[in-house]
Design a protein around this ligand. Structure first.
Ligand code: ADP
Ligand code: TRP
Length: 371
């Protein structure tokens, strides 16, 4: 019975000429959508830039999903240190930030035995794939990317080529492992669309369905956007202290930040809609508070008698309950430099094996011989 099943599976795979183009007996060339037929796990890839301490947005947009995905898939989580060079960090700042994000990954529960954790710059293959993809990425489309336009507006004195080709480097990160699920927050949606464009274009150019189409992924129904505290946009490492709640925030600072968060002068009448800054605070409460607590404040807003002082006090208390254990774990992990170095070395070796295989195959597809 088992033999019969296997024979028909192989016949099925061989009949799918598009799946196995170079060599029918090389299973690594099987399209990820057929992984389930051959008991292979889909590949998950994501990274966070080492541009500051991790915050609630990074946790709920990215890391929380990493933790579940590592148990089910072949997962690669890296520290995007090449990406952080667009802002020209000093060597001292860069190495401290990189180490910090690694410590935070481990403290929050990424397990080097379950997933592959590495520094992007430990895989120079990333740069090679970036170069290949750049040959097929066009100025017009890169200039239209929202994050590029935003950066060009906010840092007019540093509109470097790395910023322009940021989505190409990100596509290289993902395609290097032939990633298919990419856990990211809402702000990365457009970058994922570009990654699909570059993957498809490569496939079309070389008439080979080598790269899968990566998709942004969240266990939530929609991709997450955690708002900042100042009522403007998403929480971000670069949005400033007052806007951001770090995952190791001290209790007193946390309390102060929430009590000072932007709200409004209160509902004008019962049933009045929430203003954007107040909705943001409700969104934050939705992340950490119990359902009946949230309902209580929803009801009092609807009734027009909400007291923002009490609302914020409750939010600060619930946030502290969420943050306290993370803060302790981050501090402890940061101190264990020897373990962090071992984890980085182990992860780099695992990631390199996957990257080198892809680069070898990509070079072959392009027409370079692998000597
Ligand atoms: P930042 O924007 O703070 O510099 P990164 O750009 O390095 O952080 O983002 C790392 C990951 O965290 C990405 O998956 C990104 O989508 C997610 N992320 C960052 N900020 C938020 C946010 N406010 N809400 C949801 N996800 C976020
Ligand atoms: N661009 C992402 C961010 O700013 C970080 C990142 C770099 C990334 N390469 C990636 C995320 C590959 C997912 C996959 O948040």
């Amino acid at each position: 019975m088992a033999l019969h099943k296997n024979t028909s599976l192989i016949r099925f795979l061989l009949s799918e000429k598009r799946i196995i183009r170079l060599n029918p007996f090389r299973f690594h060339q099987i399209q990820p959508r057929f992984c389930k037929f051959v008991n292979m796990k889909e590949v998950v890839v994501s990274g966070i830039r080492p541009t500051g301490k991790l915050h609630l947005g990074n946790y709920f947009g990215a890391l929380k999903n990493f933790l579940r995905l590592q148990q089910q898939f072949d997962s690669y989580f890296f520290i995007a240190d090449y990406h952080s060079l667009t802002t020209h960090p000093t060597p001292g700042d860069l190495s401290a930030s990189v180490k910090r994000v690694l410590a935070e990954y481990i403290a929050l529960g990424l397990d080097p035995e379950q997933c592959t954790i590495y520094f992007q710059s430990d895989l120079p293959e990333t740069a090679e794939l970036y170069l290949f993809l750049n040959m097929n990425a066009y100025l017009g489309e890169l200039e239209r990317v929202t994050s590029f336009k935003e950066k060009a507006r906010t840092q007019p004195n540093n509109i470097n080529a790395g910023l322009l080709t940021y989505p190409v480097l990100m596509a290289a990160d993902i395609l290097l492992h032939r990633g298919i699920k990419v856990p990211v927050g809402k702000d990365q949606e457009q970058h994922l669309e570009m990654a699909r464009t570059f993957a498809n274009r490569f496939n079309r150019l070389y008439n080979n369905e080598y790269f899968p189409e990566p998709q942004a992924f969240s266990f939530e129904q929609n991709l997450v956007k955690v708002p900042g505290l100042t009522g403007t946009g998403k929480m971000s490492k670069s949005a400033g202290e007052a806007d951001t709640i770090y995952l190791d925030e001290e209790a007193s600072v946390l309390n102060k930040k929430i009590m000072r968060a932007v709200s409004d002068s209160g509902p004008s009448e019962p049933g009045a809609p929430k203003s954007v800054p107040v909705q943001n605070l409700f969104d934050l409460m939705g992340l950490v508070s119990a359902t009946d607590t949230i309902q209580f404040f929803e009801d009092s807003h609807k009734a027009g008698n909400i007291r923002y002082g009490d609302f914020k006090k409750q939010l600060a208390a619930d946030m502290e309950i969420f943050i306290a254990p993370l803060r302790d774990k981050i501090q402890t992990t940061l101190g264990d430099e020897k373990r962090l170095n071992e984890i980085a070395k182990f992860g780099a070796e695992k990631a390199r094996a996957s990257a080198q295989k892809t680069i070898r195959e990509v070079r072959e597809i392009i027409g370079f011989s692998n000597r």
